[in-house]
Design a protein around this ligand. Structure first.
Ligand SMILES: Nc1ncnc2c1ncn2[C@@H]1O[C@H](COP(=O)(O)OP(=O)(O)OP(=O)(O)O)[C@@H](O)[C@H]1O
Ligand SMILES: [Mg+2]
Length: 257
């Protein structure tokens, strides 16, 4: 079982998106068991700008008020998810798209305040129910999951897609978790791809200044997956998408100590 996280920046670049989806469909076509998780922050930003809603982030997380959550929901579980499903089906794989709230697949709690900032409808994944995913896989339907979770009392929460992919990989006892992104891997302070690293090195890098932006939560999600028993975690850029899915080789390979 391989869990694949498709990065939002990648999805916005047509040629990279096409190559990534082809790699996913080729792998699926060879009989592999796969699951796709996606975000779509760039597309959400574009819609927010069109609607004139100001964008606020704090420590890399989107401050999500009620209106912002409506946009997140419409864009991620609507436009982004259904476009992916259609493209995957167009490439010959039967896919079914849904979000973490469907089948109560991903449950989350409200994210605690950060430096006194209330993040609003942002969730932290607390539980995974793999029943819906397993049912689809049994019928050879490729699950495509948007990063929205079920919060307390039936509220919908915006969650980080890297964390969602990691939680799913752990619960499904996946052998491999692959982050397909727009950079060739984790870059060190000289801008070189780090080919292989263990949890201690990853934690050291997070403490230093070399890792910023979206790579910070991604590396955190990698560490969670390793701690949860996933054997291979790979961060791969456009040049290595196919090999990352096929063999677990990519830009950066993380292995448990
Ligand atoms: N040390 C680093 N190595 C690699 N990328 C880094 C590093 N520090 C910061 N980054 C940034 O992190 C980005 C990758 O994270 P980002 O969240 O943008 O991608 P993603 O998770 O694939 O997409 P999305 O969050 O939209 O789903 C890179 O494009 C780069 O700009
Ligand atoms: Mg990201």
């Amino acid at each position: 079982m391989t869990v694949v996280k498709l990065g939002g920046s990648l999805l916005e670049r047509q040629e990279l998106r096409a190559a990534a989806l082809k790699a996913v469909c080729d792998r699926w076509g060879s009989g592999a068991s796969l699951l796709v998780v996606h975000g779509g922050g760039k597309r959400v930003d574009a819609m927010m700008a069109e609607l004139g809603i100001p964008r606020k982030t704090h420590q890399g997380l989107r401050v999500t008020d009620h209106r912002t959550m409506e946009v997140v929901l419409s864009v991620l579980t609507g436009f982004v998810n259904k476009s992916l499903v259609a493209e995957v089906c167009g490439l010959g794989a039967r896919a079914a798209g849904f979000c973490g709230a469907d089948g109560a697949t991903l449950r989350a709690e409200f994210h605690p305040m950060l430096d006194g900032v209330d993040l609003g409808y942002v969730g932290r994944v607390m539980g995974v129910d793999v029943m819906l995913v397993r049912a689809l896989l049994k019928e050879r339907l490729l699950p495509v999951i948007a990063s929205v979770a079920l919060g307390p009392g039936g509220v919908l929460l915006n969650i980080n897609a890297d964390a969602a992919a990691s939680a799913l990989a752990v619960s499904l006892k996946a052998r491999r978790l692959v982050f397909l992104t727009d950079v060739e891997g984790l870059l060190d302070s000289r801008g070189q791809v780090v080919p292989r690293l263990g949890p201690d090195e990853a934690r050291n890098l997070l403490r230093g200044g070399a890792v910023g932006g979206g790579m910070r939560p991604k590396l955190g999600a990698c560490l969670e997956a390793l701690a949860g028993g996933v054997a291979e975690v790979v961060i791969a850029g456009p040049q290595r998408h196919a090999t990352a899915l096929r063999r677990g080789n990519g830009g950066t390979r993380l292995v448990a100590a």
